[in-house]
Design a protein around this ligand. Structure first.
Ligand SMILES: [Zn+2]
Length: 407
C-alpha cells in the first residue's frame, strides 16, 4: 500500500484542483481519494509526502511513433543500422517517455508488439503500450513504401511489422486480420496523403474508396479494435467519417466542409490534431512539406475551435518520431496556443485521451478503482503547461501503483 499525501490534485476530469489530497493505492489501483490526513487502515503503508507538488493522472499520448527516429528514407526502410541497434534506441525512447510522465502511449505505426510484451514483462521500463503495428493504405497511400525514384522498398519485411498495403474490399479485410494477428490493439489507416508524404499525394488527395473503408471499419470492429484514421482534408477525410472511423488523426481541413464536425459530434468521433508535428514540418528540409504545413495551419486551428464548440473531444497526440522525440507534453502547449484553456488541454491528455482509447474505466482520471497511474510535478501546470516538458519538474511517475520514476 502507498499513501500519497499533501499534494494538490488535478484529477483529469476537469474538476477544479483539490488541495491537500490523499491518494491511497493498493494492488495497483486507487483505493480512495480524500483530503487531509487520512490514516484509516494505512498502517505499514509507504507514505509519500507530495506537499508543494501537483498530482496528475499519468499522461496519455494518443498518436506517437516510438520506433521511428528519422524521416530519412534509409531509416524508414530500416537500412541505416542493424535492427538490434534500432530496437535498443526505441527502448531508450520508451524509458524517456515514461520519465516525461507519460504512462500510456498509443503507437500509430512502426512499433511491433514485442515492445508491449517487453514492457509488460518488465524487461524494459516504458509506458503502457497500445500499438497499431503498421499503417493500412492502398497502393500509393502513405503506408506504401516507394522512393522518389519510384522504387518499391526491396527490404524483406519484418514479420512483426506486416506490410500495410491493401487494395479492394477483400484485401482490406485480409490486411486488418493480419495486423490483429501481429498484435494490433488498434487499426491505423490513411485515407489521404499528409504533409510529409511524397509529392503528388498531398493532404487533400484521397486514398481508399468508401466500400474499402466500410470493410476496414467493419472488420476492425468485428475483431474488437478501434480505427484511428490519418485524414487531413478533401474527399478522403469525408469518406473516413462516412465509414465510421473512431478517431480522425490530423484533421487539418475539417473546417472546409461544414458537415464534417457535426458528423463527428453525432458519432462521438475523437479528433487528434497532432499539432506538435506540424511545428517541425513548417521547418522541414523538403520544400513541399514546408509549403503544405504552412498552407494548412490556419485551417487546422480553425478546425480545433469548431470541434471544441461542437462538443467533439480533442485529444493530445504528438505524431513524434520522424523529427525525433521531444517531450510529449509539447502537444499540451500547442493545444493551449491553439486556444484550449490549460485545464482542457490537460483533459485532452488524460480523461479525453482515455476515452479515445476505450480505457476510460481504467485510466485518465485519479479516482477510486482506476489504475494508479500518477504523475507528480513541481509547480502549477495550470499556470504554465510548459513545465510538463521539463524532466526535472517531473518528480515522480507511478504506473499501476508502482513507483517507476523518482527524482
Ligand atoms: Zn502519425
Amino acid at each position: 500500500m502507498i499513501v500519497l499525501r499533501g499534494g494538490t490534485l488535478i484529477d483529469g476530469s476537469g474538476r477544479a484542483p483539490v488541495r491537500d489530497a490523499t491518494i491511497v493505492i493498493e494492488d495497483g489501483r486507487i483505493e480512495r481519494v480524500t483530503t487531509g490526513p487520512d490514516v484509516n487502515g494505512t498502517t505499514g503503508a509507504e507514505v509519500i509526502d507530495a506537499s508543494g507538488l501537483t498530482v496528475l493522472p499519468g499522461l496519455i499520448d494518443c498518436h506517437d511513433h516510438l520506433a521511428s527516429h528519422s524521416y530519412e528514407l534509409a531509416h524508414r526502410w530500416d537500412l541505416d543500422e542493424p535492427s538490434s541497434a534500432r530496437h535498443l534506441r526505441t527502448g531508450r525512447v520508451l524509458e524517456r517517455t515514461l520519465g516525461f510522465g507519460y504512462t500510456t502511449i498509443r503507437d500509430a505505426g512502426g512499433l511491433d508488439a514485442g515492445f508491449r510484451a517487453a514492457v509488460d514483462e518488465g524487461l524494459i521500463r516504458g509506458p503502457r503500450l497500445l500499438t497499431a503495428i503498421a499503417i493500412i493504405s492502398p497502393i500509393g497511400g502513405i503506408g506504401d513504401r516507394v522512393s522518389p525514384s519510384g522504387h518499391e522498398c526491396m527490404v524483406p519485411n519484418d514479420p512483426a511489422l506486416p506490410r500495410g498495403v491493401a487494395n479492394g474490399v477483400e484485401d482490406v479485410r485480409r490486411v486488418v486480420r493480419t495486423m490483429v494477428r501481429a498484435g494490433a490493439d488498434v487499426i491505423k489507416c490513411a485515407t489521404t496523403g499528409g504533409a510529409s508524404s511524397r509529392s503528388g499525394h498531398g493532404p487533400k488527395d484521397a486514398a481508399f474508396d468508401l466500400d474499402e473503408m466500410r470493410a476496414l471499419v467493419d472488420e476492425s470492429h468485428a475483431l474488437g479494435r478501434r480505427v484511428m484514421c490519418h485524414a487531413l482534408g478533401g474527399p478522403g477525410l469525408r469518406l473516413a467519417l462516412e465509414a465510421g472511423v473512431d478517431s480522425i488523426e490530423h484533421g487539418c481541413y475539417l473546417d472546409e466542409d461544414p458537415e464534417l464536425i457535426p458528423m463527428m459530434a453525432e458519432h462521438g468521433t475523437f479528433f487528434v490534431p497532432t499539432l506538435a508535428v506540424y511545428e517541425y514540418h513548417r521547418n522541414s528540409k523538403s520544400a513541399h512539406v514546408r509549403e503544405r504545413a504552412h498552407a494548412l495551419r490556419e485551417h487546422h486551428i480553425n478546425s480545433i475551435h469548431r470541434a471544441m464548440a461542437a462538443g467533439v473531444k480533442v485529444v493530445a497526440g504528438t505524431d513524434a518520431g520522424g523529427h525525433g522525440h521531444p517531450p510529449n507534453a509539447m502537444e499540451i502547449e500547442c493545444l493551449v496556443a491553439a486556444g484550449l484553456p490549460p485545464m482542457q488541454a490537460i483533459q485532452a491528455a488524460t480523461s479525453w485521451a482515455a476515452e479515445c482509447l476505450g480505457l476510460e474505466r481504467e485510466i485518465g482520471v485519479v479516482d477510486k478503482g482506476r489504475r494508479a497511474d500518477l504523475t507528480v510535478v513541481a509547480g502549477d501546470p495550470l499556470a504554465d503547461v510548459r513545465l510538463l516538458q521539463s524532466p526535472e519538474r517531473i518528480r515522480m511517475v507511478l504506473k499501476d501503483g508502482r513507483v517507476e520514476v523518482r527524482r
